[in-house]
Design a protein around this ligand. Structure first.
Ligand code: GDP
Ligand code: FO1
Ligand code: CA
Length: 342
């Protein structure tokens, strides 16, 4: 079964890991064979240049998680990581002392940067990095949303100038823990960007497209905002199912609620579905364009949201959606696929 996942970092990576486990479970050999043909389109809007290297947080979180190398508790970065280089850089007082590039993680950024400087595209560099972690062997192809740099920035009030100031998303998220009031998000480079090779085809030729429990604003909507992506998904013959990242009126982890507040959307499972919109002639557009969902899976604590959406013509249901471990997550993936008959 060909499945395309539009993913941010931790939420999307954990979901995809569970999806792969489900597809292995479903394989008739029962010995680790897989029916997976999964394309993961990753948000590259969090990417940045730091200390002269290209850092791609969501791509790397996906690669480490699916490659079995992630720092499990943290959710991102490498297991058994050290940060001697970052500590020494801080001693020189360069860069962002609030953003740590681990020593092993740094090797990833150095390799990627070398390949980019040799003229490889981000898609090609990602494919080379992924070889080491045998993603292809698991039936996974990892693609950035675009080969052109698109960087999410946050417009914040400038207390001194009385005007506005643009800061990189990671500065707002990590340094300020999203507590600095955000006026709006701006995707620098978006207008001139195009979907990476294979992205549009992955949306139209899939048997199912899944929007995992990723940040709906800065992960999912950033991918959808790459020119052509939202329209292609809205018109794709593939059914589209999403899993709510909002459970009981709050983000399960991280500050997605602050991102939703910035775009004027309530942090509820129902409001996020409406923000993304429902496909089809009798659907309803999302906040930023044509609706992209056919079905929406919410957590058991949000059965009311599922009922309200169903009353409005949506396909929606409730199930446990907390990704405690891989088997639990595989069951969440199964519930999502079942909603669209897959
Ligand atoms: P990031 O790039 O690391 O921020 O990761 P993503 O964009 O993929 O996803 C972050 C979102 O995943 C947050 O909004 C969380 O609320 C959501 N999330 C994390 N863990 C879970 C979980 O176990 N269940 C559900 N339903 N959502 C989760
Ligand atoms: N998150 C942090 O909270 N602090 C960090 O120092 C940090 C470093 C970092 C380095 C590489 C990487 O791939 C991810 C890193 N993250 C860090 C996670 C991260 O970038 C964010 O949680 C997400 O991008 C938010 O969407
Ligand atoms: Ca991210």
């Amino acid at each position: 079964m060909r499945i395309t996942v539009l993913s941010g970092g931790v939420g999307g990576a954990r979901f995809t890991r569970g999806l792969l486990a489900l597809l292995r479970d479903r394989h008739p050999d029962g010995h680790g064979g897989t029916t997976a043909e999964v394309t993961v389109v990753a948000n590259s809007g969090d990417d940045m240049w730091l200390h002269g290297v290209r850092v791609c947080p969501d791509l790397d979180t996906l690669m480490y998680t699916l490659g079995g190398a992630v720092h499990e508790e943290q959710g991102w970065g490498r297991r058994d990581e050290t940060s001697r280089v970052s500590a020494d850089l801080a001693a020189y007082d360069v860069g962002w002392d609030w953003f740590t590039l681990g020593d092993l993680d740094l090797a990833t950024h150095l390799a990627r940067t070398q390949w980019l400087r040799e003229g490889l595209t981000l898609t090609e560099a990602t494919e080379r990095l992924a070889r080491r972690w045998d993603l292809a062997g698991q039936g996974v192809r990892l693609l950035p949303m675009s080969d052109q740099p698109v960087e999410t920035h946050v417009v914040v009030a400038d207390a001194e100038g009385g005007g506005e100031r643009l800061i990189h998303f990671e500065e707002w998220w990590v340094r300020h823990r999203a507590a600095l009031p955000a006026l709006r998000f701006e995707q620098v480079g978006l207008a001139a960007s195009t979907p990476a090779p294979g992205v549009l085809d992955a949306l139209t030729s899939a048997d199912v497209v899944v929007l995992p429990p990723s940040n709906p604003v800065v992960s999912v909507s950033t991918i959808l905002a790459v020119p052509g992506v939202r329209e292609t998904l809205a018109a794709s013959p593939a059914p589209v199912v999403g899993v709510s990242p909002i459970v009981g009126g709050a983000a399960v982890r991280g500050m997605a609620a602050q991102c939703l507040a910035t775009v004027g959307v309530d942090a509820t499972a129902e409001a996020v579905a409406r923000y993304l919109g429902r496909r089809g002639p009798d659907g309803t557009p999302g906040l930023d364009g044509p609706g992209v969902l056919d079905a929406w899976l919410v957590d058991d604590v949000d059965t009311d949201a599922a009922a309200a959406l169903r009353a409005d013509g949506w396909r929606a249901s409730a199930a446990p959606t907390l990704m405690h471990d891989v088997p639990t997550t595989a069951r969440i993936a199964a519930a999502a696929l079942a909603l669209v008959g897959a």
